[in-house]
Design a protein around this ligand. Structure first.
Ligand SMILES: Cc1cc2nc3c(=O)[nH]c(=O)nc-3n(C[C@H](O)[C@H](O)[C@H](O)COP(=O)(O)O)c2cc1C
Length: 199
C-alpha cells in the first residue's frame, strides 16, 4: 500500500536534473516508466503519444548537440563533459491518431514518466528546445509523427534546491554550483471563493 505522504514527497522533491552520473539505467526500469506514461489521462482516451528510447551510446552522443539547456544561465547550466545524459526519450505524436491539441496528453504522459523515473532514483530534464528537424532525420522518424520534446535521462549528479520566488522566477547557480529554482508561493497562485487580485 502506497502512503499518500510518500507520494507528495516524491512529487515535491522532483527537480530537473542536468548533471548526470554515468551509470547505466536498466531497460526494465525505463520500460516501467513508459508503462506509467501510457497510463496517463488522455483526451477521448485517444493516446496519440509514443516514444523512441535512445540508449545506444553513440546515438546518445549524437543527440546532445541538438538540445539547448537551461536558457536563463547558458552556458553554465549545460551538462558538463563526463556528466551528460546517458539515455534520451524522444516523445512523439502519432499524427494519424491526433494532429492538434495533443499538448495536454503529452504533458500528462511526460509528467507520469518523469515522476516514475524519479521514484526509481532516475533524474531527468524535459527539453522542448530541441532541433526537431535534425532529430527527425537522424532517426528516420516518418512524417506521420512529430516530435513533441525530448527527455534527457540519467542518475542525478547534482541536487538542485527549490526556493520561494520573490520577484524573479529565473533559476540561478550559486558560487558552489548548486542550482536554485524559485517557485511562486501558494498565496500567489491560489484564490479561494472570490477574486482578490488586482489583475
Ligand atoms: C515544456 C517544458 C520545456 C522545457 N524545456 C527545457 C529545455 O529546452 N531546456 C532545459 O534545459 N530545460 C527545459 N525545461 C526544464 C525547465 O527549465 C524546468 O522545469 C524549470 O526550470 C523548473 O525546474 P524544476 O523542473 O526543477 O521545477 C523544460 C520544462 C518544461 C515543462
Amino acid at each position: 500500500m502506497v502512503k499518500s505522504e510518500e507520494i507528495l514527497v516524491l512529487i515535491n522533491s522532483r527537480r530537473t536534473i542536468r548533471q548526470f552520473k554515468q551509470d547505466s539505467i536498466s531497460l526494465e526500469d525505463l520500460i516501467k516508466c513508459i508503462k506509467s506514461a501510457g497510463l496517463a489521462p488522455s483526451a477521448a482516451n485517444l493516446q496519440p503519444i509514443e516514444y523512441l528510447l535512445i540508449t545506444d551510446s553513440e546515438k546518445v552522443k549524437a543527440i546532445f548537440p541538438l538540445l539547448k539547456w537551461a536558457g536563463y544561465i547558458a552556458p553554465d547550466g549545460n551538462p558538463e563533459e563526463g556528466r551528460r545524459p546517458i539515455a534520451y526519450l524522444i516523445v512523439l505524436v502519432n499524427k494519424s491518431i491526433r494532429k492538434t491539441g495533443v499538448e495536454h496528453d503529452a504533458g500528462a504522459a511526460i509528467e507520469n514518466f518523469i515522476l516514475s523515473a524519479w521514484s526509481l532514483g532516475i533524474g531527468s530534464c524535459w527539453l522542448a528546445s530541441v532541433n526537431r528537424e535534425k532529430l527527425q532525420n537522424s532517426f528516420n522518424i516518418p512524417d506521420s509523427y512529430s516530435i513533441d520534446s525530448v527527455i534527457a535521462l540519467g542518475y542525478p549528479d547534482e541536487s538542485p534546491v527549490v526556493e520561494m520566488a520573490i520577484d524573479d522566477i529565473k533559476y540561478w547557480k550559486d558560487k558552489v554550483g548548486v542550482l536554485h529554482v524559485p517557485k511562486r508561493s501558494v498565496k500567489d497562485i491560489l484564490q479561494i471563493n472570490e477574486w482578490k487580485k488586482d489583475n
